[in-house]
Design a binder for this molecule. Sequence first.
Ligand code: PLP
Length: 260
Amino acid sequence: MNRPTVAMTVAGSDSGGGAGLQADLHTFAAFGVHGTTAVTAVTVQNTVGVTGVHEIPPQIVADQIASVVGDLRPTAVKTGMLASAPIIEAIATAFREHGIGRGGTIPLVVDPVCASMHGDPLLRADALAALRDLFALATVVTPNLDEAALLVGTRDQPDAARALLALGAEHALVKGGHGTGPRSRDLLTDGVTSWWLDAERIETGNTHGSGDTLAAAIAARLAGGDTLPDAVAVAKRYVTRAVATSYSVGAGHGPVGHPT
Ligand code: PLP
């Protein structure tokens, strides 16, 4: 029987189609993985910005996870925009119940989405503590420098990684894409071994959805059985190609591409 690899994203919808669960599903498809979703919030969004957020009731988010896991049996899960503390708490309970994340059998990628590239909030300010608590379940947590500053108070990549591991994450991937200089360098560490992942910085305004795409690519490869360092290395190469194939659509920041 021809059963595809299945992955799940727990994330918000971007009506503009560039980021959020839409980017995740494009990425899963590019890796040949069947993508499933638990929607946390519907954003009213285009390439210019976010003008509204409708949060899904926490129980409905948890029910989507239970429904998908009970039937389609994803072999990796990622989280993106989680919107509020009650949603994060419902998700954490569902993850523990269904063996998702540390202590379970299904690897978990936590992309700690806090705001869009335009600065529109995608997480309530009072939900930071709940998001930090979720890191204890993460196989890997993938902040950019702005998220690292907000969550652990530093933009220094080794210091931020240490703080994320202290919160219970198995691996930290602190991304350097929001820095400056000709190279985009990400630090991956499990506290014992560290890997610097280096790529050329591609100057473009069209990077909408790049963070989601990286985390989804990691999840897609973990779902297929890669080790975490291998999954991250493949995902980093993929997101570099995604940024290289980004395009303009709408009046604002265009999305990354999803090359196969
Ligand atoms: N909208 C949603 C629903 C998202 O999940 C994200 C990022 O995770 C964004 C927007 C922002 O994407 P970007 O910062 O790449 O513009």
